[in-house]
Design a binder for this molecule. Structure first.
Ligand code: HEC
Length: 321
């Protein structure tokens, strides 16, 4: 088999050589085929070079992925470590948020994160029916004082919070927040899950990703090493430790449970429409499947007499002459 094969290839090789060497001999590859192959090869080469050129000229985010743009993906200092993908149950297509987890997550936010972070896009009423009952939220809001007014005398006054008030912020303005945190601004957490690459995975990993800096890296005072934070040095100290919050429902309160719950809460804050969106989507898909089936049936029903008719040409009997 091998012998036969090599003989054939040797034969055809010499034939090709002969074909090209002498102009009088008939070429093995016909002229028009060679022109086509040449044209395709040149077009491919020109397109590839153009694509690489365009890709290199585009900013990184828009790159077509053709031009090598350095090894940033593995650069801890610039991008932080990529968080592992964790199996968030609410990410599945048919699952809602775990609302008990949102409730516990609110408790973690209130008792720990709210000391520095605001959630100014959330109103108290948003929690009603999601994590707490209306009476509970009214009582929680009333614990805070809000400025209101002016009254009939034109004066501003303090009153207890209502359902329509926004969640209170820890600091009156950004400057005060920076002054209290060594110049770093604790970002508003209302949309933080949506605002960070890696979403829940990133927030969860960030909250637990603290460690000593690797040998050879020394951090400025007030900075902490966190391998998931771009740059590695974050101004926020580790906030979650085992048992820093006592859950009312008896869920174990180790640090990773606290991180999971607060991340679920922040995820709900970023995507408050999540549960309704999935339900509406399922209703829409079910309805359109039903309507499609119905319309296929209706079409067949309407067309049945037309499709099944038979058109016959009957030759009239020849008249006798
Ligand atoms: C003592 C104040 C303080 C507490 C408490 C605190 N943070 Fe922070 N947080 C900060 C500061 C300051 C920054 C800004 C860090 C920086 O830019 O270096 C920050 C940044 C963040 C970021 C943004 C990181 C990024 O990618 O930019 C997230 C998310 C975050 N905190 C979540 C939380 C959560 C959740 C809690 C509660 C479990 C919490 N923080 C508790 C001060 C705090």
């Amino acid at each position: 088999m091998t012998g036969a094969f090599s003989r054939i290839s040797r034969l055809s090789y010499s034939a090709v050589r002969r074909g090209f060497a002498s102009s009088s001999a008939r070429p093995v590859v016909p002229e028009h085929n060679r022109i086509t192959v040449g044209f395709v090869a040149k077009t491919f080469a020109v397109c590839s070079v153009t694509a690489v050129g365009i890709s290199a000229a585009l900013p990184d985010d828009l790159s077509l992925g053709l031009a090598p743009s350095g090894a940033d993906a593995f650069n801890l200092i610039e991008n932080g470590m990529h968080p592992p993908h964790l199996g968030w149950e609410h990410r599945e297509w048919n699952k809602t948020f775990d609302h008990e987890s949102i409730r516990r997550g609110y408790q973690v936010y209130r008792e720990i994160c709210a000391a520095c972070h605001s959630m100014s896009l959330l109103s108290w009423r948003n929690l009603v029916g999601v994590s707490h009952s209306e009476d509970e939220v009214k009582a929680m809001a009333a614990e805070y004082e809000y400025q209101d007014g002016p009254n009939d005398q034109g004066e501003y006054f303090q009153r207890p919070g209502k359902l329509s008030d926004r969640l209170p912020s820890a600091y009156p303005n950004e400057e005060a927040a920076r002054a209290a945190n060594g110049g770093a601004y604790p970002p508003d957490l209302s949309c933080i899950v949506k605002a960070r690459h890696g979403e829940e995975d990133y927030i969860f990993s960030l909250l637990l990703g603290y460690s000593d800096p690797p040998p050879g890296i020394s951090l400025r005072d007030g900075l902490h090493f966190n391998r998931y934070f771009p740059g590695g040095a974050i101004s926020m100290a580790r906030a979650l430790y085992d048992e820093v919050v006592d859950y009312e429902d008896g869920t174990p309160n180790n640090a990773s449970q606290l991180a999971k719950d607060v991340t679920t809460f922040l995820s709900w804050a970023s995507y408050p429409e999540h549960d309704d969106r999935k339900l509406t989507g399922m209703r829409a898909i079910t309805l359109s499947v039903l309507l499609t089936v119905l319309s296929v049936w209706y079409k067949r029903f309407k067309w049945a007499p037309i499709k099944s008719r038979q058109i016959v040409f009957k030759l009239p009997k020849a008249r006798e002459v």
